[in-house]
Ligand binder design. Structure first.
Ligand SMILES: [Zn+2]
Length: 179
C-alpha cells in the first residue's frame, strides 16, 4: 500500500535471519503512517519485534495499540498510536514509555529503522508537529539501544517525507547522532 513497491525493511530483516543466522531483529518505524505491511509480514513471529509510532486513526487505518501480534508473535508487535499534531514532547513520552522499553526488553541482535520524515511539522501529508529536535531525540535513543544490545548494529532506511526541507532535516537528524 502507500507509495511502496517493495518493503525494503522487511526484506532486510528476513535476509538477516535467513542468510546471517540472526535470531532477534527489532524494526522501529517512525514514519507518520502505520507500518502495516511490515506488521503483516511478521505478525505471528517472535524473531522480529516490530514497533511503530504513528498517527492514528489515519491512513492506512491500522496500528491501534490492541494490535499486538498473534500466536508465537503475541506481544512482538508494539504499536504507539498518537493523535494528530503531537509535538516533540508527546513523541518523546510515547517513544520512551512504549518503544524504548519494548526494544530494551527484547535485546535485539540488529536494529532496523523505517525512517520516514512525514511527521515533520512542514510535511503536507502527515499532520504532525515534530521538528528536527524530535527526530534527533528518537535517533539518539535508537543508537543507544544499538550500543547496548546489538554491538552498534543499526540500519536506517529512508521512507516517507513529502516536504524537501523537512526531509533534509530528518536525514540530518540521523547523521548528527552517528558516533
Ligand atoms: Zn508515511
Amino acid at each position: 500500500m502507500g507509495f511502496c513497491l517493495f518493503n525494503n525493511i522487511a526484506i532486510a530483516a528476513e535476509h538477516l535471519i535467513k542468510k546471517h543466522g540472526k535470531k532477534r531483529i527489532a524494526i522501529i518505524d517512525y514514519d507518520v503512517h502505520h507500518g502495516n505491511g511490515t506488521q503483516a509480514s511478521f505478525y505471528d513471529r517472535d524473531d522480529i519485534l516490530f514497533c511503530s509510532i504513528h498517527r492514528y486513526p489515519f491512513f492506512p487505518g491500522t496500528g491501534g495499540s490492541h494490535e499486538k501480534g498473534a500466536g508465537a508473535g503475541t506481544d512482538y508487535t508494539v504499536n504507539a498510536p498518537l493523535p494528530g499534531y503531537n509535538n516533540n514532547d508527546d513523541y518523546k513520552k510515547a517513544f520512551d514509555d512504549i518503544i524504548v522499553k519494548a526494544v530494551d526488553d527484547y535485546k535485539p541482535e540488529f536494529i532496523l529503522v523505517s525512517a520516514g520524515y512525514d511527521a515533520h511539522e512542514r510535511d503536507p501529508l502527515g499532520g504532525m508537529s515534530l521538528t528536527k529536535k524530535g527526530f534527533k531525540y528518537m535517533n539518539e535513543q535508537l543508537f543507544q539501544l544499538a550500543k547496548s544490545h546489538s554491538s552498534g548494529k543499526i540500519l536506517f532506511v529512508l521512507e516517507g517525507g513529502y516536504d524537501m526541507k523537512g526531509l533534509q532535516e530528518g536525514v540530518e537528524s540521523v547523521f548528527e547522532v552517528i558516533t
